[in-house]
Write a protein that binds this ligand. Structure first.
Ligand SMILES: [Zn+2]
Length: 127
């Protein structure tokens, strides 16, 4: 983490490293430490939290899903399958974390966006 380098230089990310009393910590190293500290007490999602139910997945007219590097790598190996002249089926490989995050996103959108908008609209109706 700490290097005996007295010069200031640009890192690979293009961010100038800070130099204080001969200690140089790159942006990348700071980020690694920050992520390590933040993830220390995290508990990985359970199978139940990661369970996907297609009947709920496609309720919204938008479909946004975040995929980790491993899931992107595994998904891009798969073929698009022709259903008919109009439709193709895509398959995705989703790890437990990506699936759980997708469920969390959907819940968050419902409770923090849709319900808020509903509440606001009903309050405006009451005026
Ligand atoms: Zn993943």
């Amino acid at each position: 983490m700490i290097r005996n380098n007295f010069s200031t230089r640009k890192t690979k990310s293009g961010v100038v490293s800070s130099t204080t009393k001969g200690e140089e910590v790159s942006w990348r190293e700071k980020r690694q430490k920050y992520l390590s500290d933040k993830s220390k007490d995290l508990v990985l999602p359970t199978a139940a939290e990661a369970n996907l139910e297609p009947r709920f997945i496609f309720d919204s007219d938008t479909f946004v899903i975040h995929l980790c590097f491993e899931c992107r790598q595994n998904s891009r190996k798969l073929e698009a399958i022709d259903i008919d002249d109009e439709h193709q089926k895509l398959e995705l490989v989703l790890c437990r974390i990506c699936r759980s995050n997708f469920n969390i996103q959907r819940r968050s959108k419902f409770f923090n966006h849709e319900l808020m908008i509903f509440k606001k609209s009903t309050e405006e109706d009451d005026k």
